[in-house]
Write a protein that binds this ligand. Structure first.
Ligand code: SAH
Length: 385
């Protein structure tokens, strides 16, 4: 970070990076101050763990496609915040460079193949979005072409031409989204090339990533986060562990490899649970089980039946954990809880409830997962009094 700091030329229009007006050191100070303000009353806030090179960290990149206003040129980029106007972006400081290059190539090929971008006003046209996912450790690269119609006549030649430009692509998927919606992905998919998923490695474990399941977008910092979570869990080989809001089972699988006696993962998305079961198997983990359920309902049922565990990991979405979930956790009385949070506001709310129910906060570690944005990730270590 010796070079002079240059903010991104489109940061105001794009809206994706709210902290571009600060250099990285100041961004980290800003995040630290926010954590101190919201969370200091619960326990010690460790100094935030930032990235050494806070650029091109995103392994998942998405671009929307549309005509320019004169309908002469195809644009790709991001929607200007709270509008449906596209801000053209060919390269982004936070995104994987290779992913950005592939998106530019797709745009060029659209012209060569006389394919049209989707038109939001008429609901006509072909390509709506391109989604790229890349395994940073494996190099595997997934391209998802989100189309407004199922018809893709030139698909073999199109995919062939794309692969010729980027032989590093390992799978291509057509996702069909015919709805008038701002959701990027539709429900139907066709695999056009390769296995239809990629693999990546985190903390020495291999994970299968599909187009729709949640996977952390900054793998380098995810390792930092998970290592801290494992340190806080103090697994000795004796602990029954619950991994709540487990996604594709990454924390559970790493915990099983780090000395958990058994792991039970709970997750709402059926696709993610399927991936989690497979991920456990592919990593030779035999003591992990995954169930598709609302985490609050499931924990309430466990508490009701008097089931016990020694460690709970919870990693809820931005809204935080439900009160049901937290009260059931307290009823099950694990000795340790490790709360991973992507929203310090809901973390503060939930820590308050846990603190009122026999838990003390030993430490809170902020980890910068999203440089240049205002998003803050923390892991909190809780112990039963
Ligand atoms: N621990 C995982 C995923 C965290 S993201 C990881 O580190 O990769 C949060 C996950 O919670 C998502 O996979 C989402 O599908 C799931 N989720 C959201 N609401 C839920 C609920 N009520 N019960 C269980 N899982 C839920």
């Amino acid at each position: 970070m010796n070079e002079k700091y240059e903010p991104c030329p489109v940061y105001r229009k794009c809206g994706g990076c709210q902290l571009q007006n600060m250099d990285y050191e100041r961004q980290l100070q800003w995040k630290q101050a926010r954590c101190e303000k919201l969370l200091h009353r619960f326990g010690k806030i460790e100094p935030i763990l930032g990235m050494e090179i806070p650029y091109h960290y995103r392994n998942k990149v998405q671009a929307a496609f549309a005509w320019d206003p004169g309908r002469r040129k195809i644009l790709s980029g991001v929607y200007q915040s709270s509008t449906h106007r596209i801000v053209p972006v060919d390269s982004c400081q936070t995104e994987d460079k290779k992913a950005d290059e592939v998106i530019v190539s797709v745009r060029k090929l659209l012209g060569d193949f006389k394919l049209r971008p989707y038109d939001e006003d008429t609901g006509r046209g072909f390509l709506r979005h391109v989604l790229i996912k890349r395994g940073f450790q494996t190099g595997e690269l997934m391209v998802v072409l989100v189309t407004g119609t199922p018809v893709f006549t030139a698909k073999r030649n199109f995919v062939g031409a794309l692969l010729k430009l980027h032989p590093e692509i390992t799978t291509v998927i057509q996702n069909i989204n015919e709805k008038r919606t701002s959701m990027v992905l539709g429900d139907r998919e066709k695999v056009l090339y390769g296995p239809g998923f990629i693999r990546d490695i985190l903390c020495g474990c291999t994970f299968r990533v599909s187009s729709r399941s949640f996977y952390q977008i900054n793998p380098l910092q995810t390792e930092v986060l998970y290592r801290k979570a494992m340190e806080y869990a103090e697994l000795t080989g004796e602990e029954r562990v619950v991994d709540a809001y487990c996604g594709v089972g990454t924390i559970g699988v790493v915990a099983a490899k780090s000395g958990a006696k058994s792991v039970l993962g709970v997750e709402l998305s059926r696709d993610a649970v399927r991936d989690a079961i497979r991920n456990a198997r592919e990593n030779g983990v035999k003591n992990a089980y995954f169930t598709c359920s609302d985490a609050g309902e499931y924990l309430a049922a466990m508490a009701q039946e008097g089931e016990k565990c020694e460690v709970v990991f919870l990693d809820p979405p931005r809204a935080g954990a439900s009160e049901d979930f937290l009260l059931s956790l307290c009823a099950m009385a694990p000795q340790r809880a490790v709360y991973i949070s992507c929203n310090p506001e809901t973390l503060a709310r939930d820590l308050k409830l846990l603190k009122a129910n026999h838990y003390e906060v030993k430490a809170i570690q902020p980890v910068d997962m999203f440089p240049h944005t205002n998003h803050i990730e923390c892991v909190a270590s809780l112990r039963r009094k």
